[in-house]
Design a protein. Structure first.
Ligand SMILES: [Mg+2]
Length: 287
């Protein structure tokens, strides 16, 4: 029988669904996840720092299910995927353009050129609304953050600064984005466009740029392979926003498949959405 419930399932890719961290992945976790996403009541959204071609590459390489939507480039692009075709949602560009007051990425890059710790990322990682830099992992982030914020405020640019670390490469990353071009606002935009209620959504993530969603009212799973530091930050962030009840930390011991990567996402679905528990159990038995 068709489940009367529906689910907008939003997940980060690297080290959340894609098992490219240090910890091991359960051998059937991803296959189980793909089967679950084939349920007609599940709409799948990838929410990632990757740009379109790198998402497609990951889908191939890791045998990931085709998503229905993709929020890429840390929230600056949103696509609807129809029969393998990626259609940019133009309305989203209009929503975020006003934050930069009509300034181009190149202009903002010019404003930030005195910051010598910042080195520009490759052209393929930049877009109209995403200015991305590398920086040393040991750079003084607090001082830099203050300096950049002051500089942009003086120019009337309303930007958000997203700091993260590429652990395999051991290098710091900074994305300068329109204030509203975040994973969280991207997800909320889709929620409005598609008409989903809060209780019909689940998000999964593992790191710094996922924290605004993990700490929001959206029901969120932090996969077990996340670092102790991110676990602490997510709990603190959720508590500060009065949203501890909508954050779930997957653990390695809470289910047969463990809690790393895809298994952690499934564990969170079982926790938040009891209406899908029977389906999850059936799928597990069939594998
Ligand atoms: Mg990640």
């Amino acid at each position: 029988m068709m489940n009367p419930h529906r689910l907008l399932l939003c997940t980060d890719l690297d080290r959340t669904l894609i098992p490219n961290g240090d910890q091991a992945e359960h051998p059937v976790a991803r296959r189980h996840f793909s089967e679950f996403c084939r349920l007609p009541e599940v709409v799948l959204v990838y929410v990632t720092g990757r740009h379109q071609s790198l998402v497609k590459q990951a889908i191939q390489r890791y045998a990931l299910p085709e998503p229905d939507f993709a929020i890429t480039d840390v929230g600056t692009q949103i696509y609807r995927i129809v029969d393998g075709e990626w259609l940019a949602m133009g309305l989203w560009g209009e929503e975020i353009a006003s934050d930069w007051q009509g300034k181009s990425r190149e202009q903002i890059q010019e404003y930030l050129s005195p910051m010598i710790e910042l080195s520009l990322q490759e052209a393929s990682k930049q877009n109209r609304f995403k200015l991305s830099y590398y920086l040393p992992v040991d750079a003084d982030k607090e001082r830099l953050n203050g300096g950049i914020e002051d500089c942009l405020r003086q120019k009337g640019v309303d930007a958000s600064l997203v700091w993260s670390i590429d652990e395999p490469e051991n290098i710091g990353l900074l994305d300068v984005l329109p204030r509203n071009a975040t994973k969280l606002h991207g997800i909320q935009f889709l929620q409005r466009q598609l008409g989903y209620r809060q209780g019909e959504m689940i998000f999964a993530g593992d790191s710094g740029n996922d924290l605004p969603v993990l700490g929001s009212a959206i029901r969120s799973v932090l996969v077990a392979n996340a670092s102790a530091e991110v676990k602490r930050q997510a709990q603190q962030f959720a508590a500060q926003h009065g949203q501890s009840g909508s954050l779930y930390l997957a653990t390695e011991t809470n289910s047969r498949l463990g809690g790393n990567y895809a298994a952690g996402i499934l564990q969170g679905i079982g926790y938040f959405a009891p209406e899908f528990r029977d389906r999850l159990k059936q799928l597990e038995l069939s594998l």
